[in-house]
Design a protein around this ligand. Structure first.
Ligand code: ADP
Length: 411
């Protein structure tokens, strides 16, 4: 790894003046921002890392480059900010050939985040984040104020400000790395396996944090990972690359899951792509059964009369929150004797994947759907979820192809 002095010099070349605030500069909707046109990279030893790659990377979205190790993801990413020069082809940003711009001017518009964060070990968290604004000539106070603001944005406790990187966990360091890349508010963020070195739980929270930040800032993010699950979780669009730097498929995650372009993509997705695809279908239109939901204290005969014959009923408290399952034929009204209802799903917010999961975990096979405040809206079994999946697919097939990425319905 390069020494900090060397890195400082490189950082000086990365930035130079403040990039325009993305929020102001970007027109409405979804437009092409980075165009990779027939680009190849052959290294000096003859290795072809990228082979005639063409990709249109839109603004206001997260584009993920995914594929097995050595398929040319990092090379592609680094050609965008000219850390690596293509052997042939053209890369344009906002319609302009990146070679037409001085490298400093180009890079000042692109934040860059790498695995293990690459922080300056001898600087505090606050000064790490303030590095780029300082290099841009901001006063120490203004740069630190900006750094403090970014710490909050990436979910770092202000108490961390005076710590050094070695005093942070891997996940916290990674947050600092993201904050540092955002410091000068660049419209483009390039991220190279940024969360690969942290454990799965922290990784999940970093992914959620990135999605939240992206919801607020609306950058064009190019994100490299070898992990298809990560690509599906965070990507608006996914470019699947195969060894030799060739594009196998470029599409929204749900389309890749439902219609992999070829056996390579299918194999890369793994064996449960059908279930994973349900993450993109909302529970909003799920037909919930209310006939077997009763508040505590309800008449037993009414329960048996209204609920389907022999079916257990869900008992709620007076506010409509679930208490547990009962057999109306034998339950004595004792709340303690109810069978636990298990995990619930939030109607409209959770996906059909979550609803299906809840049916599997439920002791009765019926998943409990609640509203945002935890009140029961109804229950649904696997047949009901299956019907919702079929109708969502029919609706989707009938829809015209969309330019914008599918909205995620939650995991
Ligand atoms: P990925 O990011 O998908 O793992 P890379 O873009 O790092 O892939 O590398 C793509 C291919 O190019 C690999 O075969 C790698 O060994 C090779 N490669 C990367 N950098 C160099 C280099 N400087 N010289 C020669 N070959 C390289």
């Amino acid at each position: 790894m390069a020494g900090s002095g060397h890195r400082l010099i490189r950082l000086r070349t990365l930035v130079h003046v403040i990039a325009p605030r993305a929020g102001k500069a970007v027109p409405e909707g979804f437009r092409r921002l980075i165009a990779i046109e027939d680009v190849s990279k052959r290294y000096a030893d003859g290795t072809v890392a990228v082979d005639r790659l063409s990709l249109q990377i839109p603004d206001h979205s997260i584009t993920v480059l995914v594929g097995p190790s050595g398929c040319g993801k990092t090379t592609t990413l680094r050609m965008i900010n000219r850390m690596i020069e293509p052997s042939s082809g053209t890369i344009r940003v906002g319609g302009e050939d990146v070679r037409a711009r001085p490298v400093n001017t180009l890079r000042r518009s692109m934040g860059y985040v790498i695995q293990n964060a690459g922080l300056f070990q001898h600087r505090t968290v606050l000064d790490n984040i303030a590095t780029v604004p300082r290099l841009l000539g901001w006063s120490r106070q203004r740069a630190r104020e900006r750094a403090a603001e970014l710490m909050e944005r990436v979910g770092l406790d202000p108490a961390m400000a005076r710590r050094y990187p070695y005093q942070l966990s891997g996940g916290q360091q990674q947050r600092v790395g993201v904050a540092r890349a955002l410091a000068a508010d660049p419209p483009i963020l390039l991220m190279d396996e940024p969360f690969s070195a942290v454990d799965p739980v922290v990784r999940r929270s970093l992914q959620e944090e990135l999605l939240r930040i992206q919801g607020e800032l609306g950058k064009a993010i190019v994100f490299v990972t070898h992990d298809m699950d990560e690509a599906i979780t965070i990507g608006d669009r996914i470019a699947v690359l195969r060894t030799g730097g060739r594009l196998a498929q470029f599409a929204a995650p749900d389309e890749i899951l439902s219609s992999p372009a070829d056996p390579f993509v299918e194999e890369f997705l793994g064996s449960d792509r059908g279930i994973r695809g349900l993450s993109f279908l909302s529970t909003r239109d799920l037909e919930l059964d209310r006939s077997r939901v009763f508040p505590v204290g309800s008449d037993r005969r009414e329960m048996s009369g209204r609920a389907p014959e022999g079916a257990p009923v869900l008992v709620t408290d007076a506010d409509g929150r679930p208490l547990g399952w009962a057999d109306p034929g034998s339950w004595d009204g004792n709340v303690e004797a109810l069978e636990p209802y298990g995990p619930v799903f939030e109607v409209g917010r959770d996906s059909l994947r979550v609803a299906l999961d809840r049916t599997v975990l439920s002791p009765t096979g019926q998943a409990v759907g609640v509203d945002g405040s935890g009140k029961v809206l109804g229950v649904a079994g696997q047949e009901t979820v299956a019907a919702a999946i079929r109708s969502a697919r029919r609706r989707r097939a009938a829809d015209a192809p969309q330019e914008a990425p599918a909205v995620k319905a939650g995991r």
